[in-house]
Design a protein around this ligand. Structure first.
Ligand SMILES: C[S@@+](CC[C@H](N)C(=O)[O-])C[C@H]1O[C@@H](n2cnc3c(N)ncnc32)[C@H](O)[C@@H]1O
Length: 310
């Protein structure tokens, strides 16, 4: 039987026949190698990932097309200024928008480099610092599928929701009943709204354009509060200190969970604040070994800390 290869419209039977036909056409000497590759390769992973992953990847693709490569808006004056002051050459690459394969593709197209030249004209190079302003898909899965308990009926608040990665991850990877994003930058709020509308996520996701320090009641009602590098790159030190004081005074619901990157200890160590951590939270150790995804970036996962409010 002649098999017509038309990957867009093939049903199961024709796809199966097409695969068998390819196998029959392989040189005898190469067949064992091909079969071994088919049994062991990770090249098929993208086809077996579930529908939630596919939707999240589509959202990331839509957002990639709406933003420049560094995924920042000119309205982020303070953040741009701060990033320009980095002592080591740094690339801003948003981990929700660009996974390793995307970065490789950009490098191949010459639009990005993983290295910088140490001495102009020489071949000496060093790896660039990468900064991401969002959680990656891998981190979101770890957060919702391994770190947090069942969130049925619970309220999640992402402080500084930016592209909405934590909100969209919460929508698809958890059963949280309400997921709030608080974001002070109007351009990012608008971007999140476009996604919420296009993918019909407004039954559970709500974005508020506000400084978190004006949102005490949202914090009072939250069961889970996520704070991924919220203040460090976006506020000066006195504003960071003021914001952390506000958080510590208003995230008080006993038993609620606080997720931070980096740890509270690290964030607060640079600031002059009067926050007694041992009277506010209890650190919950995380098991990073339970997350066995092939592309798991252990170093990134270890930045995630979990606390219970006491
Ligand atoms: C590193 S991004 C976090 C992105 C997102 N939560 C995630 O994990 O993918 C931090 C965001 O917090 C916002 N932000 C900083 N300070 C804020 C404040 N006081 N109130 C609301 N948003 C704030 C910034 O505009 C920025 O978009």
């Amino acid at each position: 039987m002649r098999v017509v290869l038309n990957p867009v419209s093939m049903d199961f039977c024709s796809a199966r026949l097409a695969i068998l036909s390819v196998l029959k056409g392989v040189r005898a000497g190469d067949l064992p190698r091909l079969l071994h590759w088919m049994k062991t390769t990770s090249d098929f992973n993208e086809f077996s990932s579930n529908n939630d992953d596919v939707v999240l990847r589509n959202i990331a693709e839509d957002l990639r097309h709406s933003l420049p490569t560094e995924a920042m808006f000119v309205s982020e004056h303070f953040a741009i200024q701060k990033l320009n002051q980095q002592t080591k050459p740094t690339v801003h690459i948003d981990a929700f928008l660009y996974d390793d394969d995307c970065i490789d593709a950009l490098c191949e197209e010459g639009k990005m480099s993983r290295n910088y030249c140490l001495a102009c004209g020489s071949h000496r190079t060093a790896p660039l610092e990468f900064i991401s302003h969002s959680f990656s898909l891998m981190e979101l899965k770890f957060l919702y599928q391994h770190v947090l308990p069942d969130l049925t009926g619970k309220v999640v608040v992402d402080v500084g929701s930016r592209l909405g990665a934590v909100l969209f991850g919460g929508y698809f990877y958890s059963s949280a009943s309400q997921i709030y994003g608080i974001e002070m930058n109007a351009d990012f709020c608008q971007l999140q709204e476009v996604v919420i509308k296009k993918y019909h996520l407004d039954d559970r996701i709500k974005v508020l354009k506000a400084d978190i320090c004006t949102q005490a009641s949202v914090l009072h009602n939250a069961d889970v509060i996520v704070m991924n590098n919220v203040f460090e790159y976006f506020l000066d030190r006195s504003e960071q200190a003021r914001s952390w004081e506000f958080i510590s005074q208003n995230v008080r619901k006993k038993g609620s969970l606080l997720v931070t990157v980096p740890s509270l200890e690290k964030s607060l160590s640079y600031l002059q604040v009067d926050i007694q951590l041992n009277q506010w939270v209890e650190a919950i150790p995380l098991d990073y070994d339970i997350f066995l995804e092939e592309d798991a970036d252990r170093e990134a996962l270890e930045q995630i800390s979990l606390y219970k409010i006491i």
